[in-house]
Ligand binder design. Structure first.
Ligand code: ACO
Length: 430
């Protein structure tokens, strides 16, 4: 049987080293023994943006980008989206197993009774200008929660950790809706604990004069499905940020704030907004071929909502979202931009440029169209991503905190600056 090792010959010294290979990886620290002499620090790897570096072992989410597979705790995303609910998936992601009926009821109850935020949080919201981006308000108020729960810094205690995780899941929709209400100059609507997770969020967003806002069950379910699709996505930018900040053993509110701010960026949570802008710019079906030509010629634009760092096949979430879009449009009427999107997809999927580069629609290609049809402004799109991703952030954070192999995140660098030189007094500087 072949040995699970790799031999490396250092041509600088002629020495050969045999390193163990575990699950397709070598340990970067095993390279440190490869030295040219006693003064040599030892070999490191250089991997900007972690393109080929596993930063952790994780049992939460599995992705096979070539085959278009996404699984949470082993369950395929398609089955979860069809048969499960967001809170059941949240339980699964957090605990590793699907809940029994009693466990599920208890989990839902605990989330439901933690939806309210301290009245002072409204004061933070009120401090923002009317035109502040809701993601700024969300990030700031999530960070502020750490001041309300000082015991949260006790990250080594499981019971303390778990209650903060529940609070974050429960309060995120409240903070998200408050940020929207503030930006619209509307009064804040308190959580209604008779409603489901998504219905309560829609109620806090939309209710204006009516004593009970009627949530359309199709839209409630569509939001639940979108939340399932966004619950976790292994070591993406915002999760990596949450893990890195959490590795200092700061409280989870502060760690999750890093996740929210990372998600704010246009290369991460902001891509569906870019898709909508692109579709508006194309304007009509007849302009699609010309637009595709510009993309292929590299004339300053990409086909937004296409391509993915990990998926080199159809993003499985995009397939589910397409079905959800049809159901939503039955209720809201078709988003007029849909036919442009469908035509773009039809042409791109037959075109050599996109086929050779394995560029397929990603989750963002259709999600913005759904959110817009449901009446959410584009500024809220990353917020709508942050709510469900919270369970991914807190679960990955807890996995990191309880992993004995993890330490404070502290990468190395290749220094490219000046070599040592002496200080020059200002009057002698050229
Ligand atoms: N349109 C046109 N060409 C593209 C696109 C696109 N959307 N995406 C990649 N390409 C081309 C690149 O120009 C490159 O071509 P080349 O080999 O001729 O230079 C080739 O395909 C490989 O692309 P990379 O940039 O190396 O792929 P990378 O993994 O770095 O980028 C990314 C992935 C950022 C998602 C990219 O595909 C992109 O910018 N897509 C559009 C933005 C988008 O939809 N982002 C959402 C991602 S999903 C999410 O975050 C939830």
């Amino acid at each position: 049987m072949a040995k699970e090792t790799i031999s490396i010959t250092d041509n600088r010294t002629g020495k050969t080293y045999e390193l163990p290979v575990e699950q397709g990886c070598i340990r970067a620290m095993d390279l440190r023994q490869i030295k040219t002499g006693a003064d040599d620090f030892g070999l490191m790897t250089y991997d900007p943006a972690f393109l080929n570096t596993a930063n952790c072992k994780s049992a939460i989410t599995f992705i096979d980008g070539d085959k278009g597979i996404l699984e949470y705790r082993g369950y395929p995303i398609e089955q979860l989206a069809e048969k499960s609910s967001y809170l059941e998936v949240a339980y699964l992601v957090m605990h590793g197993e699907l809940p029994t009926k009693a466990q599920y009821d208890d989990f839902v109850h605990r989330i439901t009774v933690h939806t309210f935020v301290h009245e002072n949080v409204k004061g933070f919201m009120d401090g923002f200008r009317y035109d502040a981006h809701p993601m700024s308000m969300l990030a700031s108020t999530v960070a502020a929660l750490s001041g309300f729960y000082p015991e949260a810094k006790n990250v080594k205690d499981k019971a303390t950790r778990r209650i903060q995780m529940i609070r974050l899941l429960a309060k995120m929709p409240t903070l998200a809706a408050f940020s929207y209400r503030h930006s619209q100059g509307l009064p804040y609507i308190y959580p209604d604990n008779d409603l489901s997770y998504c219905a309560n969020f829609l109620n806090m967003m939309k209710r204006i004069g009516e004593s009970k806002y009627k949530v359309n069950p199709v839209l409630e379910r569509a939001l639940d499905v979108l939340f399932i699709l966004h619950a976790d996505h292994e070591q993406n930018c915002s999760t990596t940020a949450t893990r890195a900040v959490g590795s200092s053993e700061v409280d989870p509110y502060s760690a999750v704030t890093a996740g929210v701010t990372a998600l704010y960026g246009p290369l991460h949570g902001g891509a569906n907004e870019a898709v909508l802008r692109m579709l508006r710019e194309i304007g009509s079906m007849k302009n699609v071929p010309e637009f595709i030509k510009r993309v292929k010629n590299g004339e300053g634009t990409k086909l937004m909502g296409f391509g993915h760092r990990v998926y080199k096949s159809y993003d499985p979430r995009a397939k589910v979202i397409k079905r959800t879009a049809d159901e939503v449009f039955e209720v809201t009427g078709k988003n007029p931009l849909l036919e442009i999107a469908l035509e773009l997809e039809r042409i791109a999927l037959q075109d050599d440029y996109f086929m050779q580069r394995k560029l397929y629609p990603n989750v963002d290609f259709y999600s913005g169209l759904i959110y817009e049809a449901m009446g959410f402004p584009v500024d809220m799109f990353p917020v709508l991503f942050a709510i469900p991703r919270t369970v991914g952030w807190v679960s990955q954070w807890e996995e990191m905190i309880t992993d004995n192999e993890q330490k404070i995140a502290r990468p190395r660098q290749i220094y490219t600056g000046q070599t040592r030189r002496d200080y020059i007094p200002v009057e002698k500087r050229a």
